[in-house]
Design a protein around this ligand. Structure first.
Ligand code: BG6
Ligand code: MG
Length: 218
């Protein structure tokens, strides 16, 4: 039987990718002098803030000191925070609230497994704190996906085994992390983009607890 679900945040519960895009693009173009496209933003899904900056800096031959890099990450995050400060429960992606509610009703545990250091603020804005039994984020685990640490830690806190737990992920690196940790994984997005997922849906409105039990725990 399904014991727990672990949710990635950005791209699974809420569409924050557009805000990361705006904030990174501004930094890339105005401060670093390189372009930043939607394809670049796709490549950054699931990566930590520092890894994202390294990706952008690999587009230039200019070099920057560690303190300059820290200042750039801070500047990007200040811009990002001003964008996500507008989030409300209406920004939850389709199906997210209803799945979280039915899990709570049926006694199935849930946790967040996100690379984001802003996760606590974002889940508060979305009004879903009460539906999450644990929050494992970039402040708790520093090993980035595809390392499975963020999900393994979540399963440990919930006291469930990966073999009875389903991870929801929209990033290639996140799906790889879930599979490396021995979890079932439902991809959120396009089938072709997430070949490692056990199956893929376009959003959580296509997922029920009954389906998960039928597919994985029959
Ligand atoms: C992940 C996003 O969830 O969090 C990445 O997919 C982002 O794009 C990462 O870089 C870190 O986010 P934050 O909020 O700590 O800068
Ligand atoms: Mg994501």
């Amino acid at each position: 039987m399904l014991a727990a679900c672990l949710f990635d945040l950005d791209g699974v519960l809420v569409d924050t990718a557009k805000h990361h895009y705006t904030a990174w693009k501004q930094l890339a173009e105005d401060k670093i002098g390189v372009g930043f496209t939607h394809e670049d933003n796709e490549a950054l899904k699931g990566l930590s803030r520092a890894e994202s900056l390294s990706y952008i800096l690999s587009k230039t031959s200019r070099t920057f000191s560690e303190s300059e890099k820290l200042a750039m990450m801070e500047e990007k995050n200040i811009n990002y925070l001003s964008l996500v400060s507008q989030l409300t429960p209406n920004d939850l992606l389709p199906g997210a609230l209803s799945l979280l509610k039915s899990m709570k009703e049926q006694g199935i545990k849930s946790a967040l497994g996100s690379a984001s250091k802003n996760a606590p603020l974002i889940i508060e804005k979305l009004g879903i704190v009460e539906f999450l039994d644990a929050v494992v984020d970039g402040n708790v685990v520093t090993l980035s996906k595809p390392n499975p640490a963020v999900f393994i830690k979540g399963a440990e806190i919930l006291n469930v085994s990966p073999a009875h737990t389903v991870v929801f992920e929209d990033a290639v690196s996140g799906v790889a992390a879930a599979k490396a940790g021995g979890f079932y994984c439902v991809g959120i997005g396009e089938q072709e983009a997430l070949p490692q997922a056990d199956y893929v849906v376009s959003d959580l409105s296509f997922v029920t607890i009954e389906d998960l039990n039928k597919k994985f725990f029959n």
